[in-house]
Design a protein around this ligand. Structure first.
Ligand code: NIG
Ligand code: FE
Length: 406
């Protein structure tokens, strides 16, 4: 059992947890000043003001955490960090006026990274991913979702899913939780006549093989977007995932409102992500569902596109998370705290909504219901910052506080 005492603040999100991450008010951060916490390997046992610490915990040797703030563990619920090469040139081209989709049509984009990824071996890709995970972890992020999707052929996609599985095993022993998302449906290689041909010949058979081989896939994802995968492809993949007992989600409404949010919400997706162009019907469908809306403001900033209508989602009682979308093309920024801090004033998001978006709601987007708040019974997954108050973290845009997970 561990006893940690005298945190300047413990940001419990107790009330936000009770409200299932929706309709949050400023006080729903549920801050305990001069707080203490007691936990074992499995769960949080007690949390409260230090002056209320029960007698039986007072005899246990403890660590004094004065000068620190404790938060529910920060989760990055959307990354694509297994890839080769980089697309620095594309960013410069975009600054000089080119458009993301035009660059992709001219041989750049996801298919460029596919070639670079196929040039690297399994161990080279693994080593690159380790560097990236460790940098993300240094910001205080303890759970990281990783999508495959730059192999884009049967063998390399299989390898990418195995790499993510290897990463999951390696980092579990260090307290970092990796979530493995299968996203072979990320783009259609030019050798296939259509998206449905690629889906039938690669994406679905490989999904079945991963299940048959017992590779621990946590989610299936698809880029539901004009020029990538259409409504029919997406519905088919969702149906197949369901038959195989896999949870599913989508990248939706990023460049146009193709009703991706509506489809995800009405199909029972765990989350749907991007949503830059989602309109009223998509927002309403999400509000009536348990599908989390994962917004990725870094991508809007990186591509220079108008941002998602975050306030409309929040005001409609949608459960909103924020992810980094760290990837080589549309957002080469791996710091979800920076992304959320930058976005909040544009999104007109409150501090409570911001923190819920990268802790509680981000965990729920990954169906991790046992974490996301500091209350007895939940898992002891924390992010601990050496600051005097929570305000300092989002105030210092982009500073790496080297927060620990405890
Ligand atoms: O989430 N939108 C689709 N996939 C990635 C971009 C991938 C890339 O450009 O390499 C995203 O933004
Ligand atoms: Fe993405």
């Amino acid at each position: 059992m561990k006893v940690l005492r005298n945190f300047n603040q413990i940001i419990t999100l107790k009330k936000a947890h009770e409200l299932d991450g929706r309709n949050l008010k400023n006080c729903d951060l549920s801050i305990i000043e001069n707080g203490s916490v007691v936990f074992d390997e499995e769960k949080i046992i007690w949390v409260g003001a230090d002056e209320e610490l029960p007698e039986n915990y007072k005899n246990i040797p403890y660590l004094n955490k004065k000068g620190h703030v404790l938060l529910p563990e920060i989760v990055d619920c959307h990354t694509h960090l297994v890839f080769g090469g980089n697309r620095a040139k594309e960013y410069s081209m975009r600054l000089n006026g080119a458009d993301y989709q035009d660059i992709a049509k001219a041989g750049g984009g996801i298919l460029y990274t596919m070639n670079k990824t196929n040039e690297l071996t399994r161990s080279e890709l693994f080593d690159l991913a380790c560097e990236r995970i460790e940098r993300i972890n240094s910001y205080g992020v303890g759970t990281i979702e990783i999508k495959s999707g730059y192999g884009l052929n049967f063998d390399k996609e299989y390898e990418c899913s195995l790499i993510i599985d290897d990463l999951k095993q390696k980092y579990a022993s260090l307290g970092i939780q990796i979530i493995n998302t299968y996203m072979a449906a990320h783009a259609v290689p030019k050798s296939f006549a259509s998206s449905s041909a690629y889906l039938d010949e690669v994406v679905i058979p490989l999904m079945k093989k991963l299940v048959d081989d017992g590779v621990g896939i946590d989610f299936v994802d698809i880029f539901h977007e004009a020029g990538y995968f259409d409504n029919k492809d997406t519905q088919k993949l969702f149906d197949m995932a369901q038959i195989l007992g896999l949870k599913f989600k989508s990248h939706a409404d990023e460049f146009i409102d193709n009703k991706g949010a509506v489809l995800a919400a009405t199909s029972g997706a765990s989350s749907t992500e991007h949503l830059l162009c989602t309109e009223k019907d998509g927002i309403e469908a999400l509000a009536q569902s348990s599908t989390v809306a994962t917004l990725l403001p870094g991508t809007g900033f990186f591509l220079g596109k108008p941002q998602a209508k975050a306030r409309a989602f929040l005001d409609a009682s949608v459960k909103v998370a924020i992810g980094s979308d760290y990837n080589p093309g549309s957002c080469h920024c791996d710091n979800v705290i920076l992304v959320a801090s930058l976005a909040a004033p544009h999104y007109k998001m409150t501090l409570t909504e911001l923190w819920a978006a990268i802790t509680l709601n981000a965990a729920h987007a990954l169906d991790l219901r046992e974490q996301g708040a500091i209350i007895p019974g939940l898992k002891p997954r924390f992010s601990c910052f050496a600051v005097d108050s929570v305000d300092e973290i989002t105030y210092s845009w982009g500073r790496n506080f080297k927060a620990s997970l405890l």
